[in-house]
Design a protein around this ligand. Structure first.
Ligand code: PGA
Ligand code: ZN
Length: 425
């Protein structure tokens, strides 16, 4: 049973304040977890409560969320059986009383929810991937790894947020990492040689300086081939357009070439890329409210490209069900803090799988040293994981955790690589 719940303010990979929650059981077992934070957030996401006091951490401190954990949430949950995660998550949702968890803060609720999962796994003396779901999971995810970053994660850089690769030719999880390592380093050398490297973007990928989004494709393709891999077989491209970020008043505003495009014109740009380059997966190709283009795009490409809704679905089972009804996509990005409890996140993953769609478990651009999502990916047999680039410890801790899980699973570990893609509409 839960004896105490506590929280402190710690800092994420951008140095911004975030919340770490602690759950202590009567038998002395504890569990803790740190909440991540996005930059290119969708308008339908659960509410991240920040103090907004300009004198404190430029308004970004989370002391009110911490008070809510130590106050109302603690009072509600002390004495509860740690096995009752679903019941406790539901109690927090009801206690909050708003649609988007804005009263107590999704960061307060999620921190406690994740810490409860940890306390339970610690109490059972098992790893989190074994206790998050009934019976746990055995499927190691196919990684989607960023090579170059832009958008809201590298101001003034490229418009597209993530230029990533998926090693569809890899036969093991480790081989994916090795291939990515080779492409990543090859790309770094190329950018340096061409004088196009500005630094590192928020998720650890290169922050390039280019005049057009298309030049990025050329560099990426050159990096893959230069590293010795065949395009479209060994390695394929994956993009997160994060289009909501540059959509305004019915138009897509591309910074780089100073173009303002109608939905129809932007559709032609995106579909042109999909025909020209070996793109296996594309996320948020259109704004979360531009559903007509989502629908049209899924109809044209949904049987050969994974079309992921991130801002479109915000890990919200209701939005996923509507999206399935309307045939808007064929895949769902899964972020715990978009919805705010572990229970709702797992329900959303299961619903996605029941539809024959693919869930992609994802980190945020503001990440932490907590590898919770690696366990979530394996526990649910989700099959795919996206945590940013192949550098910086807040990213590497997630990739490395899968290696540890693989070691623990021994011969039970499964890897099916690109066979995870279903392209069901
Ligand atoms: P975010 O970016 O965490 O800034 O939202 C990640 C993504 O868009 O997938
Ligand atoms: Zn995204």
């Amino acid at each position: 049973r839960i004896k105490n719940i506590d929280a402190i303010q710690v800092f994420d990979s951008r140095g911004n304040p975030t919340l770490e929650a602690f759950v202590e059981l009567e038998n002395g077992t504890t569990g803790s977890a740190i909440v991540p934070s996005g930059a290119s957030t969708g308008q339908f996401e659960a509410h991240e409560l920040r103090d907004g006091d300009k004198e404190k951490f430029l308004g970004k401190s989370v002391y009110r969320a911490i008070e809510n954990v130590k106050g109302e949430i603690r009072v509600e949950l002390v004495g509860k059986d740690v096995h009752q995660q679903e019941e406790m998550d539901q109690l927090m949702i009801e206690l909050d009383g708003t649609k988007n968890k804005s009263r107590l803060g999704a960061n307060a609720i999620l921190g406690v929810s994740m810490a409860i999962s940890r306390a339970l796994s610690n109490a059972q003396g098992k790893s989190l991937f074994q206790t998050l779901t009934d019976g746990g999971g055995t499927l190691l995810p196919l990684p989607e790894i960023q090579i170059m970053g832009g958008g809201a994660h590298a101001e003034g850089s490229i418009d597209i947020q993530d230029f990533m690769i998926i090693c569809t030719g890899a036969e093991s999880y480790l081989q994916c990492l090795e291939m990515t390592f080779n492409v990543f380093h090859h790309c770094g050398r190329l950018l340096k040689k061409k004088g196009k490297l500005a630094g590192v973007a928020d998720e650890g990928g290169y922050w390039p300086i280019f005049d057009s989004n298309e030049e990025l494709f050329e560099i990426l393709l050159e990096s893959i081939e230069g590293a010795g891999y065949s395009l479209g077989e060994d390695v394929q491209l994956s993009l997160d357009i994060a289009a909501s970020e540059f959509y305004d008043n019915g138009r897509y505003h591309l910074n780089l070439d100073n173009r303002s495009l109608t939905g129809d014109q932007f559709y032609k740009v995106i579909s042109g890329w999909c025909k020209q380059y070996p793109i296996i997966s594309i996320e948020d190709p259109f704004a979360e409210t531009d559903t007509l283009n989502w629908k049209r795009f899924t109809k044209e490409f949904g049987n050969k490209i994974q079309i992921i809704g991130d801002d479109l679905f915000t890990t919200d089972i209701k939005r996923v069900k509507e999206g399935k009804e309307d045939k808007l996509a064929n895949s769902v990005l899964i972020k715990l803090n978009q919805i705010g409890t572990v229970t709702e996140t797992i329900e959303c993953i299961k619903q996605t799988q029941e539809f024959g769609w693919t869930p992609v478990i994802s980190a945020r651009s503001g990440e932490t040293e907590d590898p919770f999502i690696s366990h979530l990916a394996v526990a649910t047999n989700a099959g795919q994981l996206k945590v940013g680039s192949f550098s910086r410890s807040e990213r590497m801790v997630k990739w490395n955790e899968i290696l540890r899980i693989e070691r623990e699973l021994q011969e039970k570990a499964e890897f099916i690589g690109e066979k995870i893609f279903s392209f069901a509409m």
